[in-house]
Design a protein around this ligand. Structure first.
Ligand code: 6PG
Length: 489
């Protein structure tokens, strides 16, 4: 196996990758390691050369020094992966390559694009005869190299030309199934990836809250909490994020000898995909309160000046649980974490169902759960249960009412409430646990105070309301006391 120049191998590469930052580089290596001939290109050729120099022995790379060379190196129909920054850089690269491509060729955007950009690009390129595949990819650098979870959208026929290759580089679930499937047309893949990230934010926030209450209500050290997480990772919470959290909590900072978590500035950053999830959910009218609280919690943490100004506000001393009470509380937190996690996923899957409906994507929710089982950041045992829930009832209105999840929530709810109460009386913020519990109680409530809100709207704005005892739209003449309510126009 060796690197080859483009001139010698005109039209022989089975796939091309442009953008040799770490993700592009690793994905190209992954294809090469699976035996595909990969044409590689970067705006500055130094990176392409260094890839070939460092990893040429892993497979067959065709180094292209220009866009035209890259396109010429590809077999037809051409399959070209764009691994560049989302937003304008992606548009610029599309404009560089599309004019060089022919009808039936396939451009694959594997960046973290906004699904509405993908929809626009797909439509524009379709008009030019080019298939545009917005492909969500998760698993970071390691995933790109060893097997990511892949969420391709675009036309079904483009998947026919790509599926085998994607399946060979994708992560494999424990049962051996590749973590890739045609998610749906145009922007469906990037939409699902965005929701994946929203759920990722929620998972991370809930785990962080579990750590925080264990630390401050029970007085456990980070190393002790690492042990708690390790134990949880052997049960139903078994997941990549719990596993790495245990490692992070057990880590000691070399410079200070302090727990690593204590020397890190407590201001969480984001690149914005969690925010997109929430913005999109608002547009679709889907309540993703757990995911939204996770995004807001990062925002609160980053407002340093605001936090400093508010630091002197009154609050209680945390309860200090000890002995058997402390052990019971640890078990309660596991229940609260599991229940809140079910809620986040229920909200995320509701959003996918709503997006699918709105854009006519016909997304198979069970299949989405299946392709998140390995490779991606939210990979977890738990996803098998979600897939089973949708396999049993594809039209399940919410994951919360799946028989198994409903039973888990019933068993967890007392503990979940105790954790939220203890956190509130201790002054420990648990926006994720609390929002999840409020969502659960809202959905199960026989009557919501929304009736009163309708009354208020009708009072100040004659916005009308509907009644429980008869049909039609009604308005009450509030200013004229004693007058019967009137049907609206
Ligand atoms: C993945 C991740 C990845 C994401 C980073 C950082 O699935 O591999 O979701 O796509 O960009 O984890 O995200 P934030 O900077 O927004 O936390």
């Amino acid at each position: 196996m060796h690197a080859e120049t483009e001139a010698a191998h005109h039209g022989t590469a089975e796939i091309g990758v442009t953008g040799m930052a770490v993700m592009g580089r690793n994905l190209a290596r992954n294809f090469a390691r699976k035996g595909y001939r990969v044409a590689v290109h970067n705006r500055s050729a130094t990176r392409t050369r260094s890839l070939v120099q460092d990893f040429g022995h892993e497979g067959t790379f065709v180094a292209a020094e220009s866009a035209a060379e890259l396109v010429a190196a590809l077999q037809r129909p051409r399959r070209l992966v764009l691994m560049v920054k989302a937003g304008e850089p992606t548009d610029a690269v599309i404009e560089e390559f599309a004019p060089l491509m022919d009808e039936g060729d396939i451009l694959i955007d594997a960046g973290n694009a906004h699904f509405s950009d993908t929809r626009r690009r797909e439509q524009e390129l379709r008009a030019r005869g080019i298939h545009f595949v917005g492909c969500g990819i998760s698993g970071g650098e390691e995933g790109a190299l060893h097997g990511p979870s892949l969420m391709p959208g675009g036309s079904a026929s483009s998947y026919k030309a790509l599926g085998t290759m994607l399946e060979s580089v994708a992560a494999k679930a424990p049962d051996g199934t590749p973590c890739v499937a045609h998610v749906g047309p145009d922007g469906a893949g990037h939409f699902v990836k965005t929701v994946h990230n929203g759920i990722e934010y929620a998972d991370m926030q809930l785990i962080a809250e579990a750590y925080d209450v264990l630390r401050h209500a029970v007085g456990r050290t980070p190393a002790q909490i690492a042990d708690v997480f390790r134990t949880w990772n052997e049960g139903r919470l078994d997941s990549y994020l719990i596993e790495i959290t245990a490692e992070i909590l057990a880590h000691t900072d070399a410079a200070t000898g302090e727990p690593f978590v204590d020397v890190v500035l407590d201001q969480a950053e984001q690149k914005g995909t969690g925010r997109w999830t929430v913005q999109t959910a608002l547009d679709l009218g889907v309540p993703v309160s757990g995911i939204a609280e996770a995004v807001f919690a990062r925002a609160v943490s980053g407002h340093a000046a605001l936090r400093e100004a508010a630091a002197s506000l009154a609050g209680p001393a945390p309860v200090a649980l000890e002995g058997a009470a402390a052990d019971r509380f640890v078990a309660d937190v596991e229940q609260a974490l599991y229940a809140s996690k079910i809620v986040s996923y229920a909200q995320g899957f509701h959003q996918i169902a709503a997006g699918s409906q709105e854009y006519g994507w016909d997304i198979d929710l069970g299949e989405v759960a299946a392709l998140w089982r390995a490779g991606c950041i939210i990979r977890a045992k738990f996803l098998d249960r979600i897939r089973a829930a949708y396999d049993a009832r594809p039209a399940l209105p919410t994951l919360l009412t799946d028989e198994d999840f409903a039973a888990a929530l019933r068993d967890a709810q007392d503990a979940w409430r105790r954790v939220v109460v203890t956190a509130a009386t201790s002054g420990i913020p648990t926006p994720g646990f609390s929002a999840a519990l409020a969502y659960y109680d809202s959905l199960r409530a026989e009557r919501l105070p929304a009736a009163l809100i309708q009354g208020q709207r009708d009072y100040f704005g004659a916005h009308t309301y509907r009644r429980t005892d008869r049909g039609g739209v009604h308005h009450t003449r509030w200013a004229q006391e004693g007058r019967p309510e009137q049907p609206a126009d």
